[in-house]
Structure formats: structure tokens, C-alpha cells
Design a protein around this ligand. Structure first.
Ligand SMILES: CC/C=C\C/C=C\CCCC/C=C/C(=O)SCCNC(=O)CCNC(=O)[C@H](O)C(C)(C)COP(=O)(O)OP(=O)(O)OC[C@H]1O[C@@H](n2cnc3c(N)ncnc32)[C@H](O)[C@@H]1OP(=O)(O)O
Length: 202
């Protein structure tokens, strides 16, 4: 979709559903992160639009991020703005990209960074004109693929394994946490208000 890289997790999957539904949904989200963050392939994010929350997470899972140079496009983990909390593995992924202090600021404020600020913060690696995002991503991919694969893969795994192992160890507890958090009346209310606001802004 033009102007949106990813709208993040589908909020309708997190509201008004059964606990069994929430558990299956969260397991699938974990699986997506484990596969993408743990992939031994080269992954380049071609960010052609806004990328809130889960969308930002997907981009952060990649090895390199190229974003369209348009200040109307913003990226960030904005969960607190929805009245929800980025789980520890979202937080770890961001820390591994921009460091602890910048992550704390970002997460507490639920900040969405317009493209130029995202570059300054290190959330993305490069800005290019909107019509050059795909070609710049292809060029970056060629550069990354020119590195001997076994050495690059072992290095990637060395950097990411501690975060991945942490989720693998706590996977069931994380699902239980998610279900008990998301099914609270107060959280359901916050999500509903956020969705209503999204629809009103039209
Ligand atoms: C203690 C802790 C323990 C456990 C953890 C607990 C909690 C877990 C945290 C879960 C982590 C959550 C991650 C997420 O990703 S949440 C989703 C975050 N996403 C957003 O905030 C995006 C909101 N959307 C927007 O900002 C804009 O829609 C967007 C993407 C910039 C596009 O703008 P625009 O082109 O103007 O389009 P519209 O706003 O008009 O939207 C069109 C249409 O889509 C609906 N919609 C948008 N985003 C979502 C979404 N994420 N999920 C569901 N639906 C979405 C929007 O309402 C419109 O619908 P309509 O029916 O009116 O057409």
C-alpha cells in the first residue's frame, strides 16, 4: 500500500475476542519475530511509508533500513499512545538498534519519528527519494550479499542470539502475560478509544 509500510498489528485482533483467540494471535506474532529477527538471510527493509508499532518492529528486525525521505512518513514503537505496552522483546529489538536511553525515551513517550528524525536517531540507516526506495534496497542487498555468507551469518547470530533465547525461554509466560493484559477491561477500553479516534480523524 502506498504511504504505509505497515500499520502494525491488526488492532481488531486484540479487541473483543476470546482469550484463546488472543493466545493464538500472540503466538503467531512471536513466531513472526523469531523467524524474521532470527533469519540467517540478509534482510533489508524498504520503508515506503509510515510504520507504527508492529510495523516498526518488522523494520527493526531487518539488517538495514532504507526509508523514503518524506517527513509525512513516521516510524516508531507508539504502543503507549494506544494505552498498551511494548513487550520486552520489542524493547530488546529497539535497544539493539538505537541503544538504551534512546529506547527509553521512545517507548515511554510512544514517539513516532518523521523520517529525518528517524535517521538522526538511528532508527533507519538511510533516506532516499520516495521513488528510489526499491532500487536503493536492491543496491544495499548486493553489498550485503558480497560479504562471505558464513561469516556474516555467524556474526548476525552472535549479535541477536541473547534476545532470541530470552523470548524462546519465556514464550509461554509471555503469551499468558499478553492474554491477561489485553483482556483487561481498562485495556480494551483504551484500544476502543484509539480505534474510534482513528476513524474520527477522517
Ligand atoms: C505488560 C506487557 C505484557 C504484554 C504485552 C501487552 C500488550 C501487547 C502490545 C501489543 C503490541 C502492539 C503492536 C501494534 O502494532 S498495535 C497497532 C499500532 N498501529 C497503529 O497505531 C496504527 C494506527 N493507524 C494509523 O496510524 C493510520 O491508520 C495509518 C497506518 C498511518 C494509515 O493512515 P491513513 O492512510 O490515513 O488510513 P486510516 O487511518 O484512514 O486507516 C484506514 C483504515 O484502517 C484502519 N486501521 C489502521 N491501522 C489499523 C490497525 N493497526 N489495526 C486495525 N485497523 C487499522 C483504520 O481504522 C481505518 O479503518 P476504516 O474501517 O475506518 O476504513
Amino acid at each position: 500500500v502506498s504511504k504505509i509500510f505497515s500499520a502494525g498489528l491488526d488492532i481488531t485482533e486484540m479487541s473483543g475476542k476470546s482469550n484463546e483467540h488472543y493466545a493464538a494471535f500472540w503466538r503467531a506474532v512471536q513466531e513472526m519475530w523469531l523467524k524474521l529477527y532470527g533469519s540467517n538471510m540478509v534482510t533489508i527493509a524498504a520503508i515506503n511509508g509510515s510504520s507504527p508499532a508492529g510495523g516498526c518492529l518488522m523494520a527493526l528486525c531487518c539488517d538495514y533500513r532504507i526509508m523514503a525521505d518524506n517527513p509525512k512518513f513516521a516510524i516508531g514503537l507508539n504502543e503507549t499512545q494506544l494505552g498498551i505496552v511494548a513487550p520486552f522483546w520489542f524493547k530488546d529489538t529497539m535497544i539493539n538498534t538505537i541503544g538504551n536511553r534512546a529506547t527509553e525515551l521512545s517507548l515511554q513517550l510512544g514517539q513516532m519519528y518523521p523520517a529525518p528524525e528517524a535517521l538522526k536517531f538511528g532508527l533507519v540507516d538511510k533516506l532516499v527519494p520516495e521513488d528510489k526506495v526499491q532500487s536503493a534496497a536492491a543496491a544495499a542487498m548486493s553489498q550485503w550479499l558480497s560479504v562471505p555468507d558464513h561469516a556474516r551469518q555467524l556474526t548476525k547470530s552472535m549479535m541477536r542470539k541473547p534476545a532470541i533465547d530470552r523470548l524462546v525461554k519465556q514464550r509461554e509466560a509471555d503469551i499468558n502475560n499478553f492474554v491477561s493484559f489485553i483482556s483487561k477491561d481498562s485495556i480494551q477500553k483504551s484500544l476502543q478509544i484509539y480505534m474510534d479516534r482513528l476513524k474520527q480523524k477522517k
